[in-house]
Design a protein around this ligand. Structure first.
Ligand SMILES: NC(=O)c1ccc[n+]([C@@H]2O[C@H](COP(=O)([O-])OP(=O)(O)OC[C@H]3O[C@@H](n4cnc5c(N)ncnc54)[C@H](O)[C@@H]3O)[C@@H](O)[C@H]2O)c1
Ligand SMILES: CC(C)[C@H](C(=O)O)[C@@H](O)C(=O)O
Ligand SMILES: [Mg+2]
Length: 353
């Protein structure tokens, strides 16, 4: 098969983790006889430096033409520490999500048997945890009107959702739950927010169409608690944009490292596959970042974008093998030998060959 992949490495550790994922993608391509065509494009701080725009039109065109996008991470401390910056790397990520219509961000919480000891949560609490957060990705407070008054001593970010936006993501979550253990938790703040009351109203209508699915409604504060108190109680969770952002970083603690968590963003145009972590600037250029979240995002790309399950499963298997054999970066080395980012990538690719 011909697989045309747009590669947006971005900033910080982005290029380092993407390089490892590409070693794996190329090895899989070779083994399974796929023609892998990679087109690299700029986004984030590097795109601002080169073009003034964090998501240039040319990058968007490349993404639109591709079969899938593999995305590293964006963000740079020089913007994080400058509240008055007019253009920011994060705007590039948001523009990409909006322009590609990526309304559903699928973030599985992965529990690896060989890493149970790395989680701050007790083994018996997490060993059976297996849930997926479906995060709405193109609406809410991220995309509403934002601004300052003339004297710049008042600021606002408006949270908005329309019925069709809620309808499509809740339906997607129900369909997802139907293929799993048929449990759906709808996370909102309907006791306070009007947008959440719209979510609940829409969800209650759709709930009737899925009598086989056990539906539960939780307020986001209670959900945050439940994630660490009883994670195995969840199967599929669906929530709005910002709640999903925060809850999935929290859930990454269960797996043992933020560097392990993959995601798939799907919607109207080309799907994007990216780890949930950021550009981790403290580690940039040091060859220490964990590449497995990006490698597992590549596995999700084979599964969701190309429907190539053998390839996806082989990637997941070799990641499990690397964890079991201790071929891991410092964040999960647990005092044992820590391999560099590139050594882990080389090892994974060599297993496939
Ligand atoms: N999707 C994205 O591109 C994305 C996501 C989150 C944050 N950001 C941006 O990244 C920059 C840094 O943000 P931050 O520090 O809040 O979040 P971050 O995810 O970059 O890092 C938070 C912490 O997670 C751990 N971590 C993250 N990635 C890791 C990896 N691959 N291996 C091992 N440990 C890892 C580290 O302990 C790190 O200190 C900011 O500019 C932010 O806007 C981008
Ligand atoms: C960098 C930021 C805009 C982004 C988000 O909040 O969506 C990030 O935290 C993520 O989770 O992908
Ligand atoms: Mg985030």
């Amino acid at each position: 098969m011909k697989l045309n992949i747009a590669v947006l490495s971005g900033d910080g550790i982005g290029p380092e983790v993407i390089e490892q994922a590409l070693k794996v993608v190329n090895a899989i391509g070779k083994k399974y006889n796929h023609e892998i065509n990679l087109t690299h494009a700029l986004t984030g701080a590097v795109a601002i430096d080169a073009t003034g725009n964090p998501y240039p039109d040319e990058t968007h065109e490349i993404c639109m033409q591709a079969d899938a996008v593999l995305f590293g991470a964006i963000g740079h401390p020089r913007f994080d520490n400058d509240p008055s910056a007019k253009v920011r790397p994060e705007q590039g990520l948001l523009a990409m999500r909006k322009k590609l219509g990526l309304y559903a961000n699928i973030r599985p919480t992965l529990v690896f048997p060989s890493l149970l000891h790395k989680s701050p949560l007790r083994r018996e609490l997490i060993e059976n945890a297996d849930f997926v957060c479906i995060r709405e990705l193109t609406g809410g407070i991220y995309f509403g009107d934002k601004g300052r008054n003339e004297t710049r001593d008042k600021a606002w970010d408006v949270c908005e959702y329309t019925k069709p936006e809620v309808d499509r993501i809740v339906r997607l979550a129900y369909e997802y739950a139907m293929k799993r253990r048929k449990k759906l938790c709808i996370v909102d703040k309907a006791n306070v927010l009007e947008t959440s009351r719209l979510w609940r109203e829409v969800a209650q209508g759709i709930e009737k169409e899925y009598p086989e699915v056990a539906t539960e409604y939780l307020f986001v504060d209670a959900a945050a608690m439940r994630i660490i108190q009883w994670p195995e109680g969840f199967d599929v969770m669906v929530t709005e944009n910002m709640f999903g952002d925060i809850l999935t970083d929290e859930a990454s603690v269960i797996s043992g490292s933020m560097g392990l968590m993959p995601s798939a963003s799907i919607g109207l145009h080309t799907s994007v596959f990216e780890p949930i972590h950021g550009s981790y600037p403290q580690a940039a250029g040091k060859n220490i970042a964990n590449p497995l979240g990006t490698v597992l995002s590549a596995a999700m790309m084979f599964e969701y974008a190309f429907k190539l399950m053998d390839e996806a499963n082989e990637i997941k298997d070799i990641v499990n093998k690397s964890l079991a054999e201790g071929v891991v970066t410092v964040d999960i080395a647990d005092g044992g030998k820590a391999f560099s980012t590139s050594e882990v990538g080389d090892w994974l690719a060599a297993q496939i060959a």
